[in-house]
Design a protein around this ligand. Structure first.
Ligand code: FAD
Length: 439
């Protein structure tokens, strides 16, 4: 690490909660920026930080082992690691984080980077043998072990993780049934045009698709599971993998007064609202990305976690000083079925979509290379590429280099003068949601 001039900061001790991409990036960036005080990282996973995206790719197929996916950490960064313990409480007045090991960590500055955990629909038999989720390296290793003896696997959820898991299962020559309530795969991630193209490739690879279907029951059988679908179909499987989304890991912030409805609410520079000396970064942070809008949202991608971690470190060091808003461009990638899927920017449903085939006329357009641009009033706001990495990189470069125009604030709502009707009695949704609704 090159020596930097020590930066003047109001802080002597920074604690980072979460040793994922965002937390590690924040810790490293504090050092890069010349912070000379203590940097402590608390992480609840027992091992060294690693690249989480590998959990649904090389780790499952056996092309990579845990040692291959360790996250490189800045040499000589002088970070103190407190791994294998979970932050269970934050006292923002005394500035103390307590862990499940009974330790208390005092801080002047705190980075919240606790990411997200797998969200299972309520009522599902979590923890039972043969029912897997996939979030951590331990989950990936457990699933990899279980796949050795499995012949048929049901994957619930055809988002990025679900499709990658199904692809890995086929690489291992196992039967795979992929269930999702949408009519095509990757619906939220890449939009309809590319989603339908990838769906064809998934089917061609031998994955049995049950799209537009919901899971209504999961029943244990002597060996494996019987998965019931809403069209009355039943699928027997040795293993079930659920990839039905994630929820921010914020339980440890209960009672702090911080707004933790769908992640930690931050201002545009990632300062956590309502508490002093605290920033948030990564999947857990909900902030208004003024490049797009004033509405605070979370971004669950690896590159965003890296960029937010770095930005949060600078915001923390700036103390009360004004600092530019964090206006990153969301981008992510996925590897599946021999396809390299890459996305940059936003894919609004109202945008005009333009498709460019790299080799026009080929029936397998996705495999041959395709670019799909999303245009808003003539401006390219989003790009999806399949097997077109060079074109993607050069177009993305210009998207990133374009000057940032901050979104205009939403018009102030006119206060309603009409009386607001009281909610009708007896129309509340039942507390226990049915399996069918949740899948
Ligand atoms: C299987 C899988 C595949 C993925 N593939 C891709 C991909 O191909 N491309 C892409 O762009 N993105 C991918 N992602 C998303 C990407 O991994 C995340 O966006 C990124 O990891 C977010 O980083 P983070 O640091 O915000 O959170 P996380 O990676 O979730 O890290 C947070 C860490 O904090 C720990 N933690 C939580 N609560 C506490 C606590 N109270 N105390 C101590 N520690 C705590 C967690 O255990 C975790 O180790 C994938 C995600 C998964 C699960």
């Amino acid at each position: 690490m090159r020596r930097r001039r020590a930066v003047r900061s109001a802080y002597d001790r920074v604690v980072v909660v979460g040793a994922g991409r965002a937390g590690v990036a924040a810790a490293e960036e504090l050092r890069r920026a010349g912070f000379r005080g203590e940097v402590r990282v608390i992480g609840d996973e027992p091992g060294a930080p690693y690249d989480r995206p590998a959990c649904s790719k090389g780790l499952l197929t056996g092309h990579r082992r845990p040692a291959d996916v360790r996250m490189p950490v800045l040499d000589g960064a002088d970070i103190t690691w407190h791994l294998g313990r979970r932050a269970v409480h934050l006292d923002p007045d005394d500035r103390v984080v307590s862990t499940d090991t009974g330790e208390r960590f005092r801080y002047d500055g705190l980075v919240i980077a606790s990411g997200a955990r797998a969200a299972l629909p309520r009522g599902w038999p979590v923890g039972e043998a043969g029912l897997h989720t996939l979030r951590t390296i331990a989950d990936a290793w457990a699933l990899r072990g279980a796949l050795r003896d499995a012949q048929r696997v049901v994957v619930i959820g055809a988002g990025l993780t679900g499709c990658e898991v199904a692809s890995a299962i086929r690489t291992l020559a196992r039967d795979c049934v992929l269930v999702d309530s949408m009519p095509y795969v990757l619906a939220n991630a890449v939009g309809e045009t590319v989603g339908r193209m990838v769906t064809r490739e998934v089917a061609r690879d031998g994955v049995q698709l049950r799209l537009g279907r919901r899971v209504t029951g999961l029943n244990r059988r002597r060996r494996g599971w019987l998965v019931e679908l809403d069209d009355g179909d039943e699928v027997l499987a040795d293993l079930v993998v659920t990839t039905t989304g994630e929820r921010p890991d914020v339980d440890w912030l209960d009672g702090t007064g911080i707004d933790i409805s769908d992640g930690v609410r931050c201002d545009e520079s990632l300062r956590v609202l309502g508490v002093e000396g605290v920033v948030a970064a990564g999947t857990v942070a909900r902030w208004p990305n003024l490049r797009y809008s004033h509405r605070p949202r979370r971004c669950g991608h690896w590159i965003a976690a890296l960029e937010q971690g770095r930005a949060a470190a600078h915001t923390l060091l700036a103390g009360e000083r004004e600092i530019p808003p964090v206006t990153l461009v969301p981008r992510f990638w996925s590897d599946q079925y021999g396809l390299r899927v890459q996305v940059c920017g936003e894919l609004p449903s109202y945008a005009e979509v333009m498709v460019t085939e790299m080799r026009p006329g080929r029936r397998d357009a996705a495999r041959a290379g395709v670019l799909v641009g999303y245009h808003d009033e003539g401006r390219l706001v989003g790009l999806v590429a399949v097997n077109a990495p060079h074109a993607f990189t050069s177009i993305t470069r210009s998207m990133l280099a374009a000057p940032v125009t901050l979104a205009a604030p939403a018009p102030v709502a006119v206060t309603a003068t009409a009386p607001v009707p009281a909610p009708a009695v007896g129309t509340a949704r039942p507390a226990a949601r049915r399996l069918a609704e949740a899948s």
